[in-house]
Write a protein that binds this ligand. Structure first.
Ligand code: FAD
Ligand code: NAG
Ligand code: NAG
Ligand code: NAG
Length: 587
């Protein structure tokens, strides 16, 4: 995410009043995703936003909370013995797509919430083994305490190691092995179904050179349950971070070059302002003075009242067809404040005195204090907490091959030049488009070539089929990235249509599916969703009325948009082959 401009997670700045940024109080920790009516039976599972892209909640027959690998094996065996579908849920289950749903209605959910210990740390060999449910915050803290650093990670630390690996999650780097966490996995233990003769479940241990590791380290959870992960860490290091704001006229030239200049480089692009905030971020010697801290402003807790009011204001702006320029104006003060507050960075954990901020990797790489504050009866919470009904937005992330990124950026600039203000309404650009580097991977479901990941968040109505203001902007950008420039959707983000046919873009897909057939021949860990995205059965597209407004399909007729509200299916403005829901003035 951006230099904090969007929080570790990209909370739309516009929806939060300034006061929130100054508020640092205890909050209620986020809810767990699994809820059952009878003890551990008759359950539902959702994600941390309380809504999958198709707005459904999943059903499951029961849930298990193993505390040890032995209990995990027993849980898998119990379900495998009766050929029940299974799926892993994690402490918070942050993936937007329907990954956490077991197939059918009465499957078993295996939660890794209690599998969260450090198994071993080998300081000399710089190896750390953890249970798969360990939350990233705890992992990087434990590594730091042992004098070690995980070199790259997502920017929000509420994710689990098992979950973030399964979806190929990443930070940003073109150096060394690059920004994806799975590049640092050198061993893994995974529990898979097995024949009755082996007790219905077995633990498979995959060492650094085991060929199946390339399947297991990015698996979408369809191979079995990862029990433990061994990571190759580095000696504790410090980073020196500065944000440099420049105009975007040469972004097409810079977009690949910047990543070669700085080890932890990223960019936050604000197209409507014609600005780019470059993250100039490099490793420095551990003896360099500084105890900097990243505490992303918008992943801090916020008072419930404010979140609700801010959402109401946003809904009014969206639903009254407010002029795009007004949306830009509404966004600016907050964006300016965040910039003045250095995106939540401080030089010493208390105050910001200027760039560069120098600090230990584990204090800089990720943040998200709203997740670990005490209960306060939900007077405050993470801004996206579904119990609050505060901010609610889509998050799209797609990786474009580095070689094609300059042309993609130029196309986006062309679209922007037609009317810069629409970017305020469509893309949440007061927040910005976050650009991060991910390198080519040997993982079968990792990136086949060096890429830049583009991340955008944008308004999501709580009403099915209610169009966003200037929805066509994001729709066109997404289709351009995915179809014209060969982009790949982040497995843990995006709306359904983004996954249509995606598996054909992975040269390693066939190898992945062969491992899946060996590990789980009955498809017990597969669901309707995983079968759709892996091209095994069906399509992730859902074609029905207003499906394109929801991102469930690409429109091919007006009824897929919202013609009664003035939104019709039309070609893109720059990318002719795009089909987007455009607002047409009728008078
Ligand atoms: C606020 C926020 C910030 C984010 N920031 C980033 C970022 O900076 N970079 C980035 O790349 N992504 C980011 N993401 C996306 C995130 O990385 C993915 O959604 C990630 O998969 C979520 O991890 P989780 O632990 O919540 O896993 P879940 O969503 O619970 O699980 C993901 C999948 O993995 C499976 N799974 C989980 N654990 C196991 C296991 N032990 N064994 C087998 N299968 C398992 C699940 O069944 C599911 O299919 C962000 C998401 C949010 C909500
Ligand atoms: C099971 O849970 C659903 C809600 O998810 C509830 O409506 C239903 O009554 C429950 N069934 C039983 C038998 O309790
Ligand atoms: C594991 O989770 C429990 C319960 O959430 C928590 O109290 C504990 O601190 C976690 N352990 C580690 C090592 O992070
Ligand atoms: C939006 O419309 C509602 C209802 O018509 C009205 O109450 C509200 O004031 C309008 N808001 C804005 C910002 O125009």
């Amino acid at each position: 995410m951006s230099p904090g401009q969007r929080g570790a997670m990209g909370i739309p700045l516009t929806v939060l009043p300034l006061a929130i940024l100054l508020h640092v109080a205890g909050c209620s920790p986020p809810p767990e995703p699994v809820v059952c009516t009878h003890g551990t039976s008759n359950c539902t599972v959702t994600n941390s936003f309380g809504s999958f892209p198709d707005r459904s909640i999943c059903r499951a027959g029961n849930v298990a909370y193993p505390r040890t690998e032995q209990e995990l094996v027993a849980a898998v065996a119990a379900a495998a013995a009766v050929k029940r579908k299974m799926k892993v849920a994690t402490k918070y289950s942050h993936s937007l797509p329907k990954l956490a749903c077991p197939g059918g209605l009465d499957g078993t959910i295996i939660s890794t919430a209690r599998l969260n210990r450090t198994v071993s740390v080998d300081v000399e060999r710089r190896l750390m083994t953890v249970e798969s449910g360990m939350v990233l915050r705890d992992l990087i803290e434990a590594a730091g305490a042992a004098g070690l650093s995980l070199p790259h990670s997502p920017y929000w630390y509420g994710l689990t190691i098992g979950g973030l690996l399964s979806t190929g999650a990443h930070g940003s780097s073109l150096w060394g092995k690059g920004g994806a966490v799975h590049e640092y996995v050198v061993g893994l233990r995974i529990v898979t179904p097995a024949p009755a003769s082996q007790g219905f479940a077995v633990v498979r241990e995959l060492g650094a050179h085991h060929p199946d590791l390339d399947a297991a380290k990015v698996s979408l959870g369809v191979l079995g349950v990862v029990s433990q992960v061994t990571l190759a860490l580095q000696p504790l290091f410090k980073r020196s971070v500065a944000f440099v704001k420049r105009d975007d006229s040469d972004l097409a030239d810079q977009v690949a070059a910047w990543g070669r200049l700085h080890e932890f480089a990223d960019m936050t692009w604000q197209p409507e302002q014609r600005k780019v905030i470059y993250r100039q971020d490099d490793r420095v010697d551990v003896s360099s003075p500084g105890n900097g801290l990243s505490d992303t402003l918008l992943a801090r807790s916020a008072p419930t009242r404010m979140l609700i009011d801010a959402r109401a204001a946003e809904e009014r702006l969206q639903e009254n067809g407010t002029a795009a320029a007004d949306l830009c104006a509404a966004a600016r003060p907050l964006a300016d404040t965040v910039e003045r507050q250095a995106y939540g960075y401080t030089n010493d954990g208390v105050s910001f005195t200027g760039y560069p901020v120098v600090g230990y990797q584990h204090r800089i790489q990720a943040s998200g204090t709203c997740m670990d504050s005490p209960e306060d009866g939900l007077l405050s919470g993470c801004p996206w907490d579904p119990r609050i009904r505060g901010s609610f937005y889509y998050n799209s992330g797609f990786s474009v091959p580095l070689s094609k990124a300059p042309a993609f950026v130029s196309d986006m600039q062309r679209l922007r030049d037609l009317n810069p203000d629409i970017f305020c309404a469509g893309v949440d650009t007061r927040v910005g488009v976050l650009l991060r580097y991910v390198k080519a991977s040997s993982a079968y479901l990792g990136k086949p070539e060096d890429c830049i990941d583009f991340d955008v968040i944008y308004y999501w109505s709580r009403t099915y089929g209610m169009p966003r203001a200037h929805a066509d902007v994001v729709d066109e950008i997404e289709q351009m990235a995915l179809r014209k420039y060969g982009g790949l959707p982040h497995w843990g983000k995006n709306r359904n249509f983004a996954f249509s046919g995606v598996i054909t873009k992975y040269p390693g897909a066939a190898k992945f599916l062969r491992v899946k057939d060996r590990y789980d021949p009955d498809g017990l860990f597969s669901s309707e969703w995983s079968d759709q995205v892996l091209g095994i059965n069906g399509s992730p597209d859902i074609v029905k009325e207003s499906c394109a407004v929801e991102g469930l399909c690409v429109c091919s007729e007006d009824s897929h948009c919202a013609p009664e509200q003035g939104y019709f299916c039309r070609p893109g403005r720059v990318y002719d082959e795009a089909r987007v829901c455009s607002f047409l003035q009728q008078d």
